[in-house]
Design a protein around this ligand. Structure first.
Ligand code: NAD
Length: 331
């Protein structure tokens, strides 16, 4: 049994978390759950966005399943996500995007994974006012941060039977910063002769992605390109609704849906829990429980393909609970 920390979040957060835990339990996932109310609603109730015992639990378990949190306006935090990434040095943001039979798009053959560096680049927050008419934002790329995200991408490719890693950059223009990122990529690629490697300039990558997404497998890139490209890949598979993600560092890992807290549908029993459920599958794979993850993925794929119990965001009329029960019935 592995104990994990669970943050229930805001809006649809608590309902999709409960649904996912019901499915994990039905699939006999060998997990124990330490659950905490975290977020804007918790702040209203007890004056803390993240209670101390929630932090302490994560620092003990090192594994967090997090549901979406409403970013409060007017308090000290930019967002809990940014705070968690910084506090626990979650340097890699990993988003798989895979076409699904339940969502019709012009791109039926997408199956790719984006590795976005999470800690530096233009997001380091180094900005300078030169005059009223001139502002500078500094792009920071370090050998340390670049090496670890690139290595993480190759290790993932190796352990997930992926065949290629593509480095996305703009080294033709930013010869020093992106130039170093690319040269580190080429060095590390030599350590993985069994994995094909190539590189593409970011603008060309955008064009290639919407013309031939099937040519991409694992992609690794600095922070800003990762932010943009990972949303582009969300669009290829039909939007954010079915996108899981994981954020990993050397000591901690956090798994969450890409979508937000959807306050417009909270409490209506129509939230789609799939993105959080697939995030939980990534968690299971991360701790080596690949068979349980496979069983859940197969059950979800079957229910989505049957199209009988789809939630309204996928064009169906099923309640969250009906969708959950249809998945559980497959075990
Ligand atoms: P959102 O993703 O919450 O919602 C966008 C639209 O998608 C809404 O119409 C919503 O009903 C729908 N939707 C989202 N998830 C769904 C699901 N699982 N099932 C069915 N429909 C779903 O984006 P938003 O409205 O811009 O943000 C709402 C709040 O969430 C904001 O406070 C934002 O800061 C926060 N947010 C949090 C995270 C996070 O914690 N990781 C991520 C993004 C946004």
């Amino acid at each position: 049994m592995k104990t994990i920390t669970v943050f229930k979040g805001d809006g649809i957060g608590p309902e999709i978390t409960d649904t996912v835990i019901d499915i994990l339990k039905a699939a006999k996932a060998p997990l124990e759950y330490e659950c905490f109310n975290v977020g804007a609603a918790e702040y209203e109730r007890h004056g803390a966005l993240v209670p101390d015992d929630a932090f302490q639990s994560f620092e003990k378990t090192h594994i967090l399943l997090k549901s979406p949190i409403t970013t409060p306006i007017g308090t000290g935090f930019r967002s809990i996500n940014v705070m968690l990434r910084k506090k626990y040095d979650l340097f890699a943001n990993i988003r798989p995007a895979k076409s699904n039979t339940a969502v019709k798009t012009p791109f039926p053959n997408v199956d790719l994974v984006t590795f976005r560096e999470n800690t530096e680049d233009l997001y380091a927050g180094v900005e300078e006012k030169i005059s009223d008419d001139e502002m500078h934002s500094i792009k920071i790329i370090t050998r340390h941060a670049s090496s670890r995200i690139i290595r993480a991408a190759f290790e993932y490719a190796l352990s997930h039977n992926r065949h290629k890693v593509t480095c996305v950059h703009k080294a033709n223009i930013m010869k020093l910063s992106d130039g170093m990122f690319l040269s580190i990529f080429r060095e590390i690629a030599k350590e993985y002769p069994q994995i094909e490697s190539d590189d593409k300039i970011v603008d060309n990558t955008c064009m290639q992605l919407v013309m031939h997404p099937e040519n991409f497998d694992v992609m690794v890139m600095p922070n800003l390109y990762g932010d943009i490209i990972s949303d582009l890949t969300s669009g290829l598979i039909g939007g954010l609704g079915l996108l899981p993600s994981m954020n990993i560092g050397s000591d901690y890992a956090m798994f969450e849906a890409v979508h937000g807290s959807a306050p417009d549908i909270a409490g209506k029993h129509i939230a789609n829990p799939t993105a959080l459920l697939w995030s939980a599958c990534m968690l299971l794979e991360y701790i080596g429980e690949t068979d349980t993850a496979k069983a859940i993925r197969r059950a979800v794929d079957d229910v989505l393909a049957e199209k009988k119990y789809l939630t309204p965001d996928l064009g169906g009329t099923a309640k969250t609970e009906e969708y959950r029960d249809a998945i559980i019935a497959k075990f």
